[in-house]
Design a protein around this ligand. Structure first.
Ligand code: FES
Length: 107
């Protein structure tokens, strides 16, 4: 697995991504939806399996799910599962803090 630094410090991460917000992240050919919730940071693919719209244009609900902006399908930020089993799950990416930097793991 290759680890890529997303933010170089906690301060940079908090400044770039407010709590309960989403942000699109491009790393090479991958487009990732980065999320910050009260329990931490999460990363999932930024494409809804239903019709392909960007999940980063949606919002986070109180269950810490990302809600698609088009038809409101919900995906767990923790494991990528589509909550009503109406379509496929989204891919998740591991995140870690390494020497103060937030990194994402890419296979
Ligand atoms: S495009 Fe995401 S729920 Fe339909």
């Amino acid at each position: 697995m290759r680890w890529v630094t997303v933010f170089s410090s906690v301060t940079a991460a908090e400044k770039a991504l407010a709590e309960n917000s989403l942000r699109r992240l491009r790393i090479g050919t991958r487009v990732i939806c980065l999320a910050r919730t009260p329990s931490g940071y999460y990363a999932v693919e930024d494409s809804c399996p239903h019709r392909g719209v960007a999940l980063s244009d949606g919002h986070i609900n109180y269950l810490e799910e990302v809600v698609c902006p088009l038809h409101s399908y919900r995906y767990s930020l923790k494991n990528g599962r589509e909550c009503d089993q109406a379509t496929m799950d989204v891919e998740t990416y591991p995140l870690r803090w390494q020497e103060g930097a937030l990194q994402i793991g890419l296979s």
